[in-house]
Design a protein around this ligand. Structure first.
Ligand code: FE2
Length: 377
């Protein structure tokens, strides 16, 4: 795959250094923070709330290696955050991107048609200054551009260091590999064009409903990447099937487009998933024996040798996919809140740069088993 050539097609008017943070709007940030700490091994990092003169909302910032999660709840009925939670339930509001120049990022994107969420704004404290700006993407989801080269404090001005008497052992989550958006019927190409035209991304992989389907349902997906390949946003739309697709179920319960899953990378998926399971995280059901019997052949086709023990992978329900460059190991959690919306993927790449297309069928069949239990298939 000539990925480097494809990435060169990206335009460089919006250089992105990485994902800065992901902010969730949730009903009870205090309890959500405890869940992501105790179950997922995130560490306490920063806090704002009544104690720091934030009278409108409270935010807990959690960190694990390069991943920063922000969990935010409103503190009164007037906060607009309430409307987001009433409509969508708990979910991702902000995918923040780390940039050299937040003002230029806003100008380049809004001049290309992005709807502004936040004009370039300087925030200061004794540790320096941060510039942030923001634009809307699909649904009510937002990209915030964060310029932090002149800041030495904890997270952002307005936050204090969060010293907690309780920390859990990290589970080995390292960085965000990709974040997937679900959009409505026939909207995928609109958002592909948005990422191309407004943000200078390139479409480097596509899957149509012929590739991603089961007996019952189907979806289409296109993977968008920025020029350095650090930011990858697959965009899904539902496709016609005999029964309701998982994307439709998401759109019904999130009441519109939004972030479907956050894929986080680990160097040792066996250790990570063992720890997550022991802490009560539930994953989609393990595929049948036939799936694992076929794995050696799928790897041999591409001349790769599985380093991990297949019985251990099977015992944990970890999926395996291979392409010409290597293989990848992945697993998907069940939804992380009561609405069947957002979930996490845990992924370990051993050379492969794909997204597990070879697993889609096995994966969707197990999602459909869950949908059938919910009566939404
Ligand atoms: Fe994924």
């Amino acid at each position: 795959m000539e990925l480097e050539k494809i990435f060169k097609g990206a335009k460089d008017f919006l250089p992105l250094l990485g994902t800065d943070y992901v902010e969730f709007y949730v009903g009870n940030a205090k309890q959500a923070a405890h869940f992501y700490k105790s179950a997922f091994g995130f560490q306490s990092y920063a806090y704002k709330g009544l104690e720091t003169n934030s009278t409108d909302c409270v935010s807990y910032v959690l960190v694990q290696d390069k991943i920063r999660l922000v969990l935010t709840s409103p503190l009164n009925s007037k906060s607009p955050i309430n409307d987001h939670i009433v409509k969508h339930g708990d979910g991702v509001k902000i995918i923040a991107l780390w940039v050299e120049d937040a003002e230029k990022s806003w100008e380049e994107t809004t001049s290309r048609g992005a709807k502004s969420f936040m004009k370039p704004t300087v925030e200061k404290d004794e540790h320096g200054e941060i510039v942030r700006s923001g634009i809307y993407t699909y649904g009510e989801t937002v990209h915030i551009f964060v310029e932090r080269k002149n800041y030495k404090g904890t997270f952002l001005p307005g936050f204090q260091k969060w010293e907690s008497p309780y920390e859990s052992e990290p589970v080995g989550l390292k960085y965000i590999d990709h974040m997937v958006g679900n959009v409505g019927w026939n909207e995928m190409n609109t958002w592909v064009k948005f990422y191309e035209d407004v943000m200078g991304f390139v479409n480097f992989l596509s899957f149509d409903d012929k590739q991603i389907n089961t007996e019952y349902s189907a979806l289409m997906s296109k993977v968008m990447s920025n020029g350095n390949g650090r930011i990858k946003f697959p965009i899904n739309e539902p496709a016609e099937g005999k029964k309701k697709s998982q994307i439709e179920e998401y759109l019904d319960f999130y009441e519109g487009p939004g972030v479907q899953h956050i894929a986080v990378a680990t160097d040792d998926i066996i250790s990570t998933v063992s720890k997550l399971r022991s802490r009560g995280i539930e994953f989609l059901s393990t595929p049948p024996d036939e799936y694992y019997k076929a794995v050696p052949f799928r790897l041999e086709e591409h001349n790769h040798q599985l380093k991990e023990d297949i019985e251990t992978l099977k015992g944990l329900g970890i999926l395996i996919d291979a392409d010409e460059e290597g293989y990848l190991l992945q697993i998907f959690t069940k939804p992380l809140q009561d609405r069947p919306t957002l979930f996490f993927e845990i992924i370990q790449r051993v050379g492969a740069r794909g997204f597990g297309a070879g697993n889609f069928k096995a994966l969707f069949e197990s999602i459909e088993r869950e949908q059938a239990k919910r009566g939404t298939l």
